[in-house]
Unconditional design. Structure first.
Length: 353
């Protein structure tokens, strides 16, 4: 896996100066060289032969130097933390290609009179001319590559940010539909136990549990849900829990004030805040009193748990508040505290649409 990732990074580093329309900058650069170095300087009619000699052949060595630099030296040495090799090969390439440029142009390139290097001077004077041209153009080319790198860096940061957003959306989508495996297994165990003991409430228990699952799977894909459906599912959930009071030691009461008709809230918000209390089985009989007040634009849910929230329950409540704030922003207010009288009070405020 690490080798595959490294290969992808190397591939991206190698072609970074040509992808995402950056090749246009190379075309523009060489177009600028063509105009300033050939079209403007040549005083005779422009022919294919003149462009071939004065542009292509005369710039062949410097082009080789540029693209050895950006396609080989930078991705394979500089970006792989081999600075000594990078600078050594860069200096060697520079001196080899500048010297070769002098002899290549003198022997093979037929420049228009008045253009190109002055070969009547001494070797060192001529070589200084070549080095000057290389250095000036190399600086311009390096600045061009620098801006390409910054553009790639910004693109990469944007891609990473978008991928993080997508991952968070997937996580939050799973958050709404995720059912605790522990709760699921205990619920199935409850159904199995009631069936084996031929409890009179077994058929109703199966129906209420299936209603809760159906509601979670259906509404979990949506951002909001009709309030009356959420309250119905919550009532089914509480009824299912009450069937096994002898084993789960949890008695839940629900009191709802207000009219839920034609109102919507965040999907599964009430169901999910209820589930953490079902994952923990208290040692002694415990009660959870729930009061819901429905106003015109807000729903207030007050929960009074006659024990302190500790351990996994405390962690789950913290996770619930954090996740729903991430999911819906500051429109949701969730707060809980362990009181001095060995109770835990939970408050949830949801906007109603």
């Amino acid at each position: 896996m690490s080798n595959f990732v490294q290969q992808e990074i190397n591939k991206r580093n190698k072609w970074v100066y040509f992808t995402k329309y950056r090749w246009v900058a190379h075309v523009a650069y060489w177009g600028w060289v063509l105009i300033l170095g050939t079209l403007i300087r040549v005083k005779v009619p422009i022919t294919a032969s003149i462009i071939f000699n004065n542009f292509f052949l005369s710039n062949l060595n410097i082009a080789i130097f540029y693209y050895v630099y950006c396609l080989l030296l930078i991705p394979y040495f500089f970006k792989r933390n081999k600075p000594l090799l990078f600078w050594s090969l860069l200096i060697i390439s520079f001196f080899v290609l500048t010297v070769n440029d002098m002899y290549f142009n003198k022997k093979f390139v037929r420049m228009v009179e008045g253009t190109g290097y002055d070969y009547t001077t001494s070797f060192w004077e001529n070589y200084i001319q070549v080095v000057y041209v290389y250095v000036i153009n190399f600086l311009i080319f390096s600045i061009l590559l620098f801006f390409m790198e910054k553009n790639e860096e910004n693109s990469l940061l944007e891609e990473v940010a978008n991928e993080k957003k997508e991952i968070e959306l997937v996580k939050l989508d799973l958050l709404k539909t995720n059912i605790s495996p522990d709760f699921m297994m205990r619920s199935l165990d409850q159904l199995k136990r009631s069936a084996l003991l031929s409890e009179p409430y077994t058929p109703t228990s199966i129906i209420t549990f299936s209603e809760v699952l159906r509601y979670r799977l259906y509404r979990g894909k949506q951002s909001s849900t009709p309030l009356h459906e959420e309250l119905t599912a919550l009532a089914c959930f509480i009824e299912f829990i009450s069937f096994d009071y002898r084993n789960n030691n949890l008695k839940v009461t629900l009191d709802c004030l207000g009219d839920p008709a034609a109102k919507s809230i965040a999907a599964l918000a009430l169901i999910n805040v209820m589930e953490p209390f079902c994952k923990v089985i208290p040692e002694h009989p415990t009660s959870l009193a729930i009061e819901i007040h429905i106003a015109e634009d807000l729903l207030q849910m007050h929960m009074n748990y006659n024990k302190h929230a500790t351990g996994s329950l405390l962690e789950d409540l913290n996770t619930y508040g954090r996740d729903y704030n991430t999911l819906y922003g500051e429109t949701i207010h969730f707060h809980f505290k362990n009181c001095d009288d060995d109770h835990c009070k939970i408050e949830l405020v949801l906007p109603i649409s």
